[in-house]
Design a protein around this ligand. Structure first.
Ligand code: SF4
Length: 333
């Protein structure tokens, strides 16, 4: 069961009032810091921390630039919005375990401040992701933030908005009118991977069905096969998954495809293993220039080749690799 907290100042904001109308019960905390201190003092498991939610007001900036080591080729989602942190799913490889000090969900209601910050951002055709430190859709039934985002970005044709998800919560999007400069990116993994490492997230079938319905409604999609995990019979599992995805979607409405291999900061392995038994890290891994562990180069190149060759069977797509150096790109494309 979720444990919901708010700070009093959310009542001064339109989105705060809207959310309060939906909440049947909650407790009040003095500040985000008080909330985090309270969570940390409980010594909960990461999964238990995820049951906590806070709605509050952000004091800092919403728009952030993705930090990427110079050795890697650029990624499309160079900027991201941080109006919410964390998500209720529990992907064992999730880098947010390392990024935030806790697993609780935090939503900042002062969206008007985020939009005025965006008003001052003029780097044309930048892709701004709303799913880097969160899942863009999973809690949209409470926040309804997709409506605010689409309302703003429909008048910012100079920017591209990305929503990114492992959920099938598309109810609000189906009620809205798609806008051209929006990309809804679904991360797809074989069901075997979802069962083992993407705990509590939507099934492969449900993600495909949600993506299909959005295409029907007129949304354009991004497909993310990231992170690919080197499990036994990898080629078979990923091959079957690609068939399922492409046979159910309209290939003409796929805007781009991102592929990446498992990578994580070293500390994450200890954190996850302290809480559960998993074979996620039992593989040939190497520490990269950015301090993250990755599969050996040969494994990564093999994985990407398998994926791109299979994808090619369905069409000529704009495919890119996530966080890989030029010499890996050169081998794949
Ligand atoms: S869905 Fe994304 S944000 Fe949520 S736990 Fe998984 S990787 Fe992390």
């Amino acid at each position: 069961m979720r444990k919901i907290y708010i700070t009093e100042d959310i009542k001064n904001h339109k989105k705060g009032i809207e959310i309060l109308e939906k909440l049947s019960s909650y407790e009040v905390v003095e500040s985000e810091k008080t909330f985090i201190d309270m969570i940390l003092s409980k010594n909960l498991s990461y999964e238990e921390e995820k049951k906590y939610m806070l709605f509050t007001v952000k004091k800092g900036k919403f728009l952030k630039k993705y930090h990427l080591d110079k050795q890697f080729l650029g990624i499309k989602e160079e900027y991201y919005l941080s109006y919410e942190n964390n998500c209720p799913f529990n992907c064992l490889y999730c880098y947010l375990r390392d990024y935030f000090s806790h697993g609780a969900f935090v939503f900042y209601v002062n969206l008007e401040d985020m939009f005025s910050e965006l008003d001052g951002f003029t780097k044309k055709m930048s892709m701004i992701s709303a799913g880097i430190v969160n899942d863009s859709l999973v809690l949209d039934s409470i926040t309804n933030v997709t409506k605010d985002l689409l309302d703003y970005f429909k008048n910012r044709k100079d920017l591209v908005l990305e929503l990114r998800t492992k959920s099938h919560n598309i109810k609000n999007l189906l009620e809205l009118e798609p806008i051209e400069n929006l990309l809804v990116s679904f991360t797809f993994s074989p069901q075997e991977i979802i069962d083992r490492y993407e705990l509590k997230s939507s099934s492969l079938e449900a993600r495909i069905e949600a993506a299909r319905k959005l295409q029907e409604k007129g949304y354009s999609l991004g497909l993310r096969f990231d992170p690919i995990i080197n499990i036994e019979s990898r080629k078979l599992h990923y091959g079957k998954m690609i068939d399922k995805v492409f046979q159910n979607l309209d290939c003409a409405k796929i805007r781009d495809i991102g592929i990446g291999g498992l990578r994580y900061k070293k500390g994450l392995r200890q954190k996850v293993l302290a809480e559960r038994n998993t074979d996620l890290f039992f593989n040939e891994l190497v520490i990269g220039i950015d301090g993250k562990e990755r599969y050996f180069k040969k494994i990564r190149i093999d994985m990407y080749k398998e994926m791109t060759e299979k994808i090619k069977l369905y069409g000529d797509f704009d495919v890119y690799l996530g966080m890989e150096p030029k010499y890996v790109w050169d081998q794949i494309f």
